[in-house]
Design a binder for this molecule. Structure first.
Ligand SMILES: Nc1ncnc2c1ncn2[C@@H]1O[C@H](COP(=O)(O)OP(=O)(O)OP(=O)(O)O)[C@@H](O)[C@H]1O
Ligand SMILES: [Mg+2]
Length: 345
């Protein structure tokens, strides 16, 4: 027996054209005892609400005691269609916050976030990079700042580490050692993440790039709902397995009204170093099909290049070590496109 079953039962009953569930302010099930607190729109409805609640729960033998309480007040007005039901907080000093996400793990989010940050910075912007992947932070490795420690300023705000002109912050800087598992859950996790965004001395940034963890769980949703973002960039590889999850991520952003700035197709093809021929290892056209169906745009396609992984391990993104490579050119083009697109809005 779960609260959900009770809600399902109560949804069937209504008073004064209002479903009982719409009047619930609080509901708690402890063992077989249920406590429901209703908002009471009109005093004279009290008896009817009681009666209908008992009736609705009659077929749920696991609920033995029902305690009904009322608080006065009209039901909250649901938000108008398309309007977020929450207020989003701005990150102080940050003009544009861009989240890099994907429903799928291992498609290259961190690689994209890192190289996009570098490319934007090379275009002359002030750039920050936040590693929001608190379970598997990889930004410190990509920038060769693993093991660094952060300090706080006079206002008790975290001071990001600066590398290659980019202000970087990662949970990795706060963990005692690389092997320390992060076991934060729920509210504690959210508190840590919020602190990582808001209690930071970012200075003045044109762009703050957010490297999201894989998936569409609580972390992604909470961030998307509570933070004022300019938009999200979705990273995918041209495989069906990746696209299936990427579609979920896209739907999540849409649902919480975070504009999707576009899609980056990573590992799109491989250029044979000998022949110069392009090979579409994972197939061709799948990403285009997806963006059309979702009315999105491809921001760019990044080829597969062993150098990407090599440079990652040396702590310098490929956009710095080899700016003339196909991969780097693609990232620079994407950075230009993203900044132009944001400026035009
Ligand atoms: N275009 C590319 N060419 C070759 N290797 C790549 C490319 N993009 C990413 N990689 C490699 O693929 C691996 C996964 O990339 P990355 O860590 O950026 O993915 P991620 O989506 O952030 O993963 P996670 O879901 O674990 O956070 C890394 O080893 C990276 O170096
Ligand atoms: Mg990552």
């Amino acid at each position: 027996m779960a609260v959900k079953d009770i809600m399902d039962a109560l949804r069937e009953a209504s008073v004064d054209n209002t479903k009982l569930t719409e009047l619930i302010k609080d509901i708690k099930l402890i063992g077989s005892s249920l406590e429901v607190v209703y908002r009471l729109p009109k005093k004279e409805l009290e008896e009817e609400i009681r009666r209908k609640t008992y009736q609705a729960l009659e077929n749920l033998p696991d609920v033995k005691n029902v305690n009904i309480r009322f608080v006065e007040g009209v039901p909250e007005v649901p938000p108008a269609f398309g309007q977020p039901a929450f207020t989003r907080r701005r990150v102080e000093g940050v003009k544009h916050l861009i989240a890099v996400g994907s429903g799928k793990g291992g498609v290259g989010k961190s690689t994209v976030a890192a190289n996009l940050a570098v490319a934007l910075s090379k275009l002359g912007y002030q750039v920050g990079l936040l590693d929001a992947d608190i379970y598997g932070p990889s930004i410190p490795t990509l920038f060769g700042v693993k093991g660094e420690r952060v300090h706080v300023d006079e206002r008790n705000r975290l001071i990001p580490i600066e590398k290659y002109g980019i202000k970087i912050l990662s949970i990795g800087f706060l963990l005692p050692s690389e092997d320390t598992p992060v076991i934060w859950r729920g509210p504690m996790l959210m508190k840590a993440l919020t602190q990582f965004l808001f209690d930071v001395n970012w200075g003045n940034l044109d762009y703050l790039v957010l490297d999201l963890p894989p998936g569409t769980g609580d972390v992604q949703l909470t961030l998307a709902q509570n933070v004022d973002m300019t938009g999200a960039i979705v990273v995918t590889t041209p495989q069906d397995v990746a696209l299936a999850d990427v579609k979920k991520a896209t739907a999540m952003f849409k649902e919480v009204n975070v504009p999707v700035l576009g899609v980056i197709e990573n590992m799109a093809y491989f250029i044979c170093p000998e022949s110069g021929n392009k090979y579409y290892v994972f197939g061709k056209g799948k990403v285009l099909e997806f963006v059309r169906a979702y009315q999105l745009q491809v921001l760019g396609s990044i080829p597969m290049d062993p150098q990407v992984a090599e440079t990652s391990d040396t702590g310098m993104p490929i956009t710095l070590t080899n700016p003339e490579s196909e991969v780097s050119k693609a990232f620079y083009a994407i950075a230009k496109l993203v900044s132009e697109r944001i400026l035009r809005r």
